[in-house]
Write a protein that binds this ligand. Structure first.
Ligand SMILES: [Mg+2]
Length: 174
């Protein structure tokens, strides 16, 4: 994981970048004041739409519990199967609503309320620059952008979301 140095104060820029979830340094996040972590599901915790948590990821995350008080799954996934991941990780799901979905602030307020913490004590970890990072930054959370795990869904491939993200990042990094 590396800390990102910004050219501008853009809310599209994460505080940290990491190759994957298991490269996130929770000790560093703790030093930064993070006590709670919201983890995106698709392409972050597991490949797109998967319900199988890699044992390596599971083991890693359980070890990180010493650095944080609590975590949750923060996902826009439409299929109703997040409870499988929730159980595997012992992490509750913060449910979305029709309007309360990432990157909308109404959803990030749900996360803040869930932890009953101040936004600066919460880290949002996710692979999407718009949904996870832009949304988390605007809510005042610490944001960690991880590279996508596996392939994107068809919709994201069609709209070339990763090309757009790369352009956004390149323009704004030092
Ligand atoms: Mg995702």
């Amino acid at each position: 994981m590396r800390e990102v140095s910004r050219k501008s104060d853009s809310s599209f820029i994460p505080d940290f970048m990491a190759k994957s979830l298991i490269d996130v340094d929770f000790r560093v996040l703790k030093e930064r004041g993070v006590r709670y972590v919201a983890i995106d599901a698709d392409s972050t915790l597991v490949p797109y739409r998967s319900t199988k948590l890699d044992p390596k990821v599971k083991q890693f995350l359980h070890k990180q519990r010493r650095y944080i008080k609590d975590w949750c799954i923060a996902s826009n996934r439409v299929t109703n199967n997040l409870h499988i991941l929730s159980k595997a990780l012992h992490a509750p799901v913060v449910p979305t609503g029709i309007i309360a979905r990432k990157p909308r602030q109404r959803y990030f307020q749900r996360i803040i309320k869930h932890f009953d913490a101040s936004p600066g004590e919460i880290a949002m970890v996710g692979d999407k620059l718009l949904a996870d990072i832009w949304g988390g930054n605007r809510a005042g959370m610490v944001t960690v952008w991880v590279e996508q795990l596996g392939d994107d869904g068809l919709h994201d491939r069609l709209i070339r979301v990763r090309d757009w993200e790369q352009r956004m990042i390149n323009k704004r990094l030092k």
